[in-house]
Write a protein that binds this ligand. Structure first.
Ligand code: TRP
Length: 451
């Protein structure tokens, strides 16, 4: 296709899987997952989460990759190429907006992680006052804004470089290092006094909350968020995927890596949290990892270095995710509005930075701008609910309906099986994408709104 000649492609299959996994693995796994488990009542949340990943998100991951690879365009362009003259391109618009919206609060938290590299390395966080330290730090609005700007600047710099040289290279080194360090931390955490109570909380479900709509909705939103689904990020990455690669293998790898990393993070946070006197996982909120981990590092030889290494890797993991969030609106302005990559990156980044202000300012004394009067909820939490719990699942729902009923599954299967690639369980996938995903997501959303 002549129109796609200028587009980048991935250097190799491993490169693609790493980049897609790099998008998926981020703050959502290490910061978001334990936070949500804490608020959702422990193991029961983990169970619902795993069900959402397997039966809803994995099929939608395949669907997004297929659409992207067929159309080789951004989300808006993809939907209108496959169904010209229809309104389906609006699903792409929702994705472009969600990308900017999510990035606006995500980059603030990534900025905290960046600052903690210094705080842990220098020993500034005393293990006895981690909570207070976090509170004071995030109350400093101008500092949060500065850090957000650094994160967005770094993201923009990588994106100007384009697909292969930028995104792929960073992830190849970071991912194995992160897995190694998380494993070491999980082993250390398991040997702390009180670890057993943490493991019980994490692994032994209290079934009384299994039908709590808030818990189910949060698990679904978290699964979409963690896997970078529902807003066309995977669609966009799929658009750079060579026609010779197996979509299904790639999707399974990304889901397995992402879920494995999230579960691993829980094996670090809960045993170490419960080793602290009077620990209440549900009270942790957004500060959970920032309050618990410095204490874990303090129990290790060379703890300051281990802590710094951890926050370096977390910041890099966050960066490979911010890259994919920013790439969706950027690809849109390049593909549909024919902007140059440089112009698209510059303008979109500026817009996101402005949108990030209330999240950066909303965490303390300077919070007047960030705290929504009357709602009793800070701006960042509200952004999380709007985008993660509603926009992403709705985007996923529409993607499933589009592939299952509009474009139709046989077309999608044909694209997957190009060049003799196999599509194991394609029958099961068809059923999941046509019936299970749309029905389950609609029921969860309606159930949440009604109650
Ligand atoms: N998945 C990332 C994380 O877990 C965040 C992210 C990156 C994302 N790209 C996305 C979330 C696209 C939703 C959609 O940290």
């Amino acid at each position: 296709m002549a129109t796609t000649a200028h587009r980048g492609t991935w250097g190799s299959k491993a490169g693609f899987i790493l980049a897609a996994a790099g998008s998926a693995v981020g703050l959502g796994n290490i910061w978001g997952f334990p936070t949500q488990v804490g608020q959702g009542g422990g193991a029961v949340f983990v169970l619902i989460y795993l069900a959402c990943v397997l039966f809803i998100c994995l099929p939608i991951m395949v669907a997004e990759l297929v659409i992207g690879r067929r159309a080789q365009l951004d989300p808006v362009g993809s939907f209108s190429l496959i169904r010209p003259g229809s309104n389906w391109w609006l699903v792409g618009v929702l994705g472009v907006l969600a990308g900017a919206g999510i990035l606006s609060f995500y980059s603030v938290i990534a900025g905290w992680s960046l600052a903690y590299i210094w705080f842990t390395a220098s020993g500034a966080v005393s293990p006895d006052a981690v909570g207070a330290f976090f509170g004071d730090f995030t109350a400093n609005g101008p500092l949060s804004i500065g850090l957000t700007l650094v994160v967005l600047g770094a993201t923009a710099a990588v994106l100007v470089g384009g697909v292969q040289s930028g995104i792929e290279r960073v992830t190849k080194v970071m991912m194995p290092a992160l897995i190694g360090l998380l494993l070491i931390l999980a082993i250390r955490a398991a040997t702390l006094p009180g670890a057993a109570a943490g493991l019980t909380y994490y692994l032994k479900p209290d079934f009384s909350r299994i039908l709590d709509p808030a818990v189910i909705n949060a698990a679904l939103g978290q699964a979409f968020f963690s896997l970078s689904l529902g807003m066309g990020a995977m669609l966009t990455y799929g658009s750079y995927l060579s026609k010779r690669e197996s979509i299904v293998t790639a999707a399974c790898w990304v889901v397995a890596l992402d879920t494995g990393m999230a579960l691993l993070a829980g094996f670090i946070i809960f045993p170490s949290g419960f080793s602290i006197e009077g620990f209440d996982p549900s009270a942790g909120g957004p500060g959970l990892i920032f309050a618990v981990l410095p204490r874990l590092f303090a129990t290790l030889p060379g703890g300051q270095l281990v802590g710094a290494a951890f926050f370096i890797l977390l910041t890099m993991a966050a960066l490979t995710s911010t890259i994919s969030l920013l790439e969706v609106p950027v690809a849109h302005f390049i593909d549909v509005h024919k902007w140059t990559r440089r112009k698209a990156v510059l303008l979109v980044t500026t817009g996101v930075f402005l949108l990030a202000m209330p999240s950066a300012l909303g965490n303390g004394a300077v919070g007047a701008l960030g705290n929504l009067p009357g709602l009793g909820v800070d701006f960042m939490t509200m952004m999380g609910t709007v985008w993660n719990d509603f926009a992403l699942p709705i985007g996923g729902l529409l993607t499933a309906v589009f592939v299952g009923w509009v474009w139709r599954v046989d077309q999608a299967i044909e694209e997957v099986e190009l060049h003799g690639a196999s599509f194991p369980a394609r029958r099961l996938w068809s059923v999941l994408i046509r019936y299970v995903c749309p029905v389950a997501i609609s029921v969860i959303i309606v159930y949440t709104i009604v109650s």
